[in-house]
Design a binder for this molecule. Structure first.
Ligand SMILES: NC(=O)C1=CN([C@@H]2O[C@H](COP(=O)(O)OP(=O)(O)OC[C@H]3O[C@@H](n4cnc5c(N)ncnc54)[C@H](OP(=O)(O)O)[C@@H]3O)[C@@H](O)[C@H]2O)C=CC1
Ligand SMILES: O=C(O)CCCC(=O)O
Length: 473
């Protein structure tokens, strides 16, 4: 932490700043500068002034700097992981995995930026030539959440910089420290100071509005709740601003009666309990075929009861706190409501201190789709189990939600896997596995989970425009 504090010294302020606390202990970690809307506006102007020189560089020159940034992130991975753990709560091993995952986006886009090819299209006339080129969108903005304080930044900033854009980022108020360290490492790598600017602010709504209305801004990329995504989309209409929205999810995880149950349990442990259930791709409803329901629940209950809950800095912790005591209370209320309506807590891990940000990992059976535990995004370590009797019913239940981000399917029949994968109305489907996130793959949703893709070659195109050039001979 001391090294991290050295990196971000300039951002540290007295008690009037943003108070960053450790969710595991409630302790104050740092008080940092909260940017005013006028200051953020100035940061956008500056990023816009620096942009043309950056865009004029070759992709290879930008790649060299991005690869330096990648190496600096890895060289400082322990520092960054500790910052992630103390500000977001996730266990140190998971924090380190996030830092490496986040760094991988920087490496990927350093390389992919060199492949932003145009086309020569067979012409519509003998005396005309038709071509396209890819050009950077311009000055971009991003708003990021607290659940992945490193990776949600790098997967927006790396493609933006690789494409030749500048970008101003407002991180979540709960987790600005990782973002500030990333910014300092980027500057050390050679990214001109201000081209990628981090502007933590108490005034999230006003900064969001500024990002949508500042005349120099050409794009906003947002990861967070569907509620805020809708506000931003409405605000962006006035400027016809380009948007990428990565919003909430309600991921089904379907276990068919021909599935390998041990594999399915491992899948739930990955897809449900990663980051204590606080990811938008976390399995939110475990749909289990009648024929294997009891056997599956028994295995899942054993695995969940054995989870070790505690402070993320302790070596054997598997489940850290939620981001705040309020979130833990909200998750408990969802479980209480389901139980009052007939559901049962079939298993619970021990060790979550009461009246804190910790929430006990639980398996809840007898859940029906009308319960809030099944219809909303839980964002906590609770696995609600819903029974079904046929493939058709599983698909109908899975698709019966306004969300469409990720879905998981466990089956031993490859024909069924293909058929069901096609029928699931989701941007991402994992078959016989609980993890699908990777810098090489396009991450994103359909329906009210948003639009746009992050990662892969598609993620670069979010920061580029196609220009069509026609030449008469
Ligand atoms: N898709 C995903 O990855 C995520 C989904 N969620 C879902 O959202 C729920 C609530 O989480 P929460 O953190 O409140 O998510 P939010 O959508 O409120 O926050 C995400 C980001 O948006 C900012 N923000 C908040 N209000 C506005 C606004 N009016 N205009 C512009 N930016 C705004 C936040 O800033 P600040 O924090 O500084 O207020 C933060 O940087 C979770 O329980 C979960 O269901 C949450 C996080 C990530
Ligand atoms: O919850 C999120 O928004 C972050 C996605 C996590 C991932 O990349 O897997």
């Amino acid at each position: 932490m001391i090294q991290a504090i050295n990196y971000i010294e300039q951002s540290l302020r007295d008690s009037d700043g943003i108070q960053v606390t450790n969710p595991a202990t409630g302790e104050l970690i740092a008080s940092i500068r909260s940017w005013s809307v006028a200051d953020v506006s100035g940061a956008i102007d500056r990023a816009d002034r620096l942009r043309p020189a950056w865009a004029a560089m070759t992709a290879q020159e930008r790649a060299t700097i991005l690869l330096k940034w990648y190496n600096l992130i890895l060289a400082n991975e322990d520092v960054l992981a500790e910052v992630v753990t103390v500000e977001a709560g996730k266990p140190l091993a998971e924090a380190l995995a996030e830092v490496r995952y986040g760094a991988a986006y920087v490496q990927w886009y350093a390389e992919e930026g060199k492949r932003a090819y145009g086309e020569v299209i067979p012409s519509f006339a003998r005396d005309r030539r038709v071509l396209t080129l890819r050009q950077p969108v311009g000055t971009c903005t991003a708003i990021t959440p607290w659940n992945f304080p490193v990776a949600m930044i790098t997967r927006k900033v790396a493609p933006a910089l690789a494409a030749g854009c500048s970008i101003v980022v407002k991180p979540a108020e709960a987790t600005p420290l990782s973002a500030l360290v990333l910014e300092q490492l980027a500057i050390r790598a050679g990214v001109p100071e201000g081209l990628f600017a981090v502007t933590p602010s108490h005034h999230s709504a006003a900064v969001g509005q500024l990002f949508c209305t500042h005349p120099k801004v050409r794009k906003l990329s947002f990861t967070g709740s569907t509620r805020v995504g809708k506000i931003l989309m409405a605000q962006a209409a006035d400027q016809v601003l380009r948007l990428s929205l990565e919003l909430g999810g309600n991921a089904p995880l379907i276990v068919m009666d021909d599935a390998d149950l041990d594999r399915a349990v491992r899948g739930v442990m990955d897809a449900k309990f990663r980051n204590a259930g606080q990811t938008c791709v976390c399995a939110n409803r475990i749909l289990v075929h009648d024929g294997v329901h009891d056997a599956f629940v028994e295995k899942l209950a054993a695995a969940v009861s054995a989870l070790r809950v505690g402070n993320g800095l302790l070596a054997d912790t598997q489940i850290g706190p939620l981001i705040s005591p309020k979130e833990a209370q909200r998750v408990s209320q969802l479980v209480d409501d389901a139980v009052a309506r007939g559901a049962t807590v079939a298993a619970q891990a021990q060790g979550a201190p009461a009246e804190s940000a910790f929430a006990a990992p639980r398996v809840v059976t007898g859940v029906t789709p009308d319960m809030d535990l099944a219809s909303g995004e839980i964002f906590g370590p609770v696995a609600p189990v819903i029974r079904f009797a046929s493939e058709e019913e599983a698909i109908a239940l899975a698709n019966d939600t306004p969300y469409g981000l990720a879905a998981y399917l466990f089956t031993g029949d490859m024909g069924r896997a293909w058929r069901m994968m096609e029928a699931l109305e989701y941007g991402m489907v994992a078959i016989n596995d609980g993890r699908l996130s990777s810098e090489v793959a396009p991450f994103g949703g359909v329906k009210q989970s948003g639009f746009g893709r992050e990662g892969s070659a598609h993620g670069l195109m979010e920061y580029m425009e196609i220009k069509y050039a026609m030449m008469g001979l």
